[in-house]
Design a protein around this ligand. Structure first.
Ligand SMILES: [Zn+2]
Ligand SMILES: [Zn+2]
Length: 316
């Protein structure tokens, strides 16, 4: 099958073997995939991943042990736990020490004609939700993860630092809690899109003078963290979303002095993300920069790297 492969270099492979499904797994024909910042980091060596990258997708089940899944349009949770360890039994499959992660850790991903996932990872896509919106369910779920972890009050003051795709999604999801929310960024066109969605979006230099109860760092750069720390009030909460290959040196004293709670936040629940997308509560239309054929992946990756790019989609 046609596939993008990363083996130290990102390339398009016309004859990559089609993945074989194991027991309890489905073979899925990928219809649309999204390039995420994590994929760009993988191209820079993140996680030491080798194989087919890509984890944001919508597709159609081609083969499955479960007949009710045949021909269904699905999205899929990306963490695959072993199903046998204490973490998995506790419902923490996302943290299973033996897990594989679609297109990120020990499992081929979705920048290919076909992919494989356990049946239990799959969610049916409601018919009213188009592929171009459904392909966003994974990052929207990652945004909902913050609501699982942090108790946002309608009176909370929240700053989302970073105007990339994830920042724009997080701002929309957290705004549903009714809080007073400001999105800070560096890219005027992206801030403009955010304003179009009803978000108070500003250049970083125009941060509110009062420090926030909750700051979400999703700049996608190692440098964002220092600024994020400076924006949290004493006893406030700092949520970290950025995953980068760069290691950084950081003065942690302000966290101690101001007694700040730091929350690492990664993947989230798909069901609320699908509901919010299907109801139109989360808008993703303005985010799609371009769609490319899979064979054109090199150009799509170049485009996704541009600072002004939002979501670049691949069509296998
Ligand atoms: Zn992603
Ligand atoms: Zn496990």
């Amino acid at each position: 099958m046609l596939s993008v492969v990363f083996d130290g270099q990102m390339r398009v492979e016309p004859d990559y073997p089609r993945p074989r499904r194991g027991e309890g797994e489905s073979l899925i024909r990928v219809t649309l995939a999204g390039i995420c910042n994590t994929d760009l980091e993988i191209a820079a060596g993140y996680m030491g991943f080798r194989g087919v990258p890509g984890h944001e997708f919508v597709g159609v089940v081609q083969e499955s042990d479960d007949p009710s899944l045949h021909g269904q349009r699905v999205v899929g949770e990306i963490n695959c736990g072993c199903g046998r360890c204490p973490d998995c039994f506790a419902g923490l499959e996302r943290h299973c020490p033996q897990r594989s992660v679609l297109g990120i850790l020990g499992r081929d991903g979705v920048f290919a004609e076909y992919t494989v996932l356990p049946d239990r990872n799959l969610h049916l896509v409601p018919s009213e939700l188009e592929d171009v919106a459904a392909v966003f369910v994974e990052p929207v779920a990652a945004a909902f993860e913050i609501l699982e972890q942090v108790h946002l009050l309608p009176t909370s003051r929240v700053i989302v630092l970073g105007d990339g795709k994830l920042g724009l999604l997080i701002a929309q999801v957290l705004a549903m809690a009714g809080c007073e929310l400001v999105l800070l960024g560096h890219h005027l066109p992206k801030l403009e899109i955010a304003r179009g969605l009803g978000i108070d979006a500003r250049l970083s230099e125009q941060a509110p003078s009062a420090r926030a109860d909750v700051v979400v760092e999703c700049t996608g750069s190692a440098r964002g963290l220092a600024q994020a720390i400076s924006l949290v009030r004493p006893r406030g909460t700092l949520v970290l979303k950025t995953t980068v290959t760069d290691k950084l040196e950081l003065d942690l004293a302000p966290l101690v002095i101001d007694e700040i709670t730091v929350v690492g936040s990664r993947c989230g629940p798909f069901a609320p993300a699908l509901r919010a997308l299907a109801r139109g509560e989360i808008q993703v239309g303005p985010f799609v920069t371009e769609q490319h054929d899979l064979a054109d992946a090199a150009r799509a990756f170049d485009l996704a790297r541009q600072p002004e790019a939002l979501k670049v989609l691949l069509r296998p």
